[in-house]
Design a protein around this ligand. Structure first.
Ligand SMILES: Cc1cc2nc3c(=O)[nH]c(=O)nc-3n(C[C@H](O)[C@H](O)[C@H](O)COP(=O)(O)OP(=O)(O)OC[C@H]3O[C@@H](n4cnc5c(N)ncnc54)[C@H](O)[C@@H]3O)c2cc1C
Length: 386
């Protein structure tokens, strides 16, 4: 069956990368099945809160998935507001919304758009990939519930802790020395605090630490508090009071209202995400019938806001590579896709790594504000500096 014009395709993971791939293939009349461990699209909060899709990556991918108009309708231009402060909480830069062409979309809305765009029955929820073993020219894929399917091409779109990755690569994820704790609260319960944050993304950066606050369309505020911590550092997320006091201890001496962003988090909203990455420039020798996209292939730090955009671009590129393969040549196209995508993702990962080291290193808020300003000027927008 291998190398027929239409391989049986099993996509593992329904994050932005896997879902874009499924949609791109469907728009081109190619059947595929996506297996996702979540029980339903609403099963859990996605990491982070909203995303801006970049031209040349996320926006191209959503176009290729045939969902551009739906994405535009669901995006929020006001989400582009940017405020950067240091630990005093006084703005170094305050950019009010203008047409940067990069509106924000809530992650859960983006996921629902991509799920709704996929052919009926093409997503199998509640399927946790466990292993895949070669059977002739194909792969037998096993799931935690004991079910099995046979596929000619297995696509690992299962995120940073990918279980598909070991089929092609020995690379291990590396801890960067920082951890992020995510927390959230309803802005309507804290109007004074909410008013300080603008309506887009707020950054307070100092002392090698960062607090990010982002609104979602449902008026909730999502906080990401990042600070240096070893891999062994565990935040007791199930005990909100203990977790918050541990995080607050990292931000001693920061403006009281910045500390309140942590203190007023609601129970049940606290998650710890150690900042881990794959080695920058990760590649693997091509192996017939298995490939990787998104974080599974190129997990990078969040400091270029690029990971989801790159995952979506990889979904687009792989979908196009398969769609344009002449009969019997799909595996060659997958190999070419891997070379191209690893180069693009490698550049993004290097940029992200550099940004992380600058911002959490000695550069701090001043350097980050200067970068925000440069990026806006590149788009022809004069930011307001407060
Ligand atoms: C705090 C934070 C903020 C971020 N901000 C941004 C940003 O502003 N812009 C940006 O572009 N990127 C951002 N990123 C990065 C972005 O979230 C990721 O790069 C992106 O989600 C990767 O998409 P993916 O589809 O490769 O994987 P994921 O989104 O991780 O999706 C993987 C999917 O696979 C499923 N899965 C996992 N294991 C299995 C299994 N064994 N079997 C079946 N299914 C499985 C998971 O349930 C999940 O649905 C941020 C990340 C974090 C942590």
């Amino acid at each position: 069956m291998s190398n027929t014009a239409s391989p049986r395709i099993a996509i593992i993971g329904g994050g932005p990368g896997g879902l874009v791939l499924l949609n791109v293939l469907a728009r081109r009349g190619i059947a595929a099945t996506l297996y996702e461990r979540d029980e339903s699209p609403a099963a859990r909060g996605q990491v982070g809160s909203c995303l801006d899709l970049h031209k040349g990556s996320g926006q191209d991918a959503i176009k290729g998935a045939g969902l551009y108009d739906e994405w535009l309708k669901a995006s929020r231009a006001e989400g582009e507001e940017r405020i950067v402060t240091d630990k005093t909480g006084v703005a170094i830069i305050h950019h009010r919304p203008a047409a940067t062409g990069k509106p924000e979309i809530d992650r859960k809305i983006l996921r629902q758009l991509l799920v709704d765009g996929a052919p009926t029955g093409s997503i199998k929820w509640g399927h946790t990939f466990v292993s895949a073993a070669p059977v002739g020219d194909a792969w037998e894929v096993s799931f935690a519930d004991g079910s099995k399917v046979t596929a000619d091409l297995v696509v690992g779109a299962d995120g940073g802790r990918s279980r598909v990755r070991p089929l092609v690569s020995d690379a291990q994820i590396v801890h960067t020395g920082w951890t992020t704790v995510e927390l959230a609260f309803d802005s309507r319960a804290q109007p004074d605090l909410a008013a300080r944050l603008g309506s887009g993304t707020f950054f307070a950066i100092d002392e090698h630490k960062r607090i990010v606050a982002q609104f979602t369309g449902d008026a909730r505020i999502h906080i990401g508090a990042t600070f240096p911590a070893p891999e062994s550092f565990v935040v007791p997320v199930d005990n909100a009071a203990a977790a918050k006091s541990l995080v607050l201890a990292q931000f001693e001496g920061w403006a009281p209202w910045l500390r309140d962003l942590i203190a007023c988090a609601e129970d049940g909203t606290i998650h710890q995400r150690p900042l881990t990455i794959l080695p920058v420039g990760h590649t693997w020798p091509h192996k017939k019938g298995v490939t990787l996209i998104g974080d599974a292939a190129n997990l990078m730090s969040t400091f270029a806001a690029a990971g989801a955009n790159i995952a979506m671009l990889a979904g687009l590129e792989l979908g196009q590579a398969l769609a344009t393969a002449s009969p019997g040549r799909w595996d060659e196209h997958v190999a070419q896709f891997e070379v191209k995508m690893c180069r693009i993702a490698g550049e993004a990962a290097a940029q992200s790594d550099k940004n992380m080291k600058e911002v959490l290193g000695d550069g701090g808020a001043q350097m980050f504000a200067a970068r925000v300003k440069r990026n806006l000027l590149k788009l022809g927008i004069e930011p307001y500096v407060g």
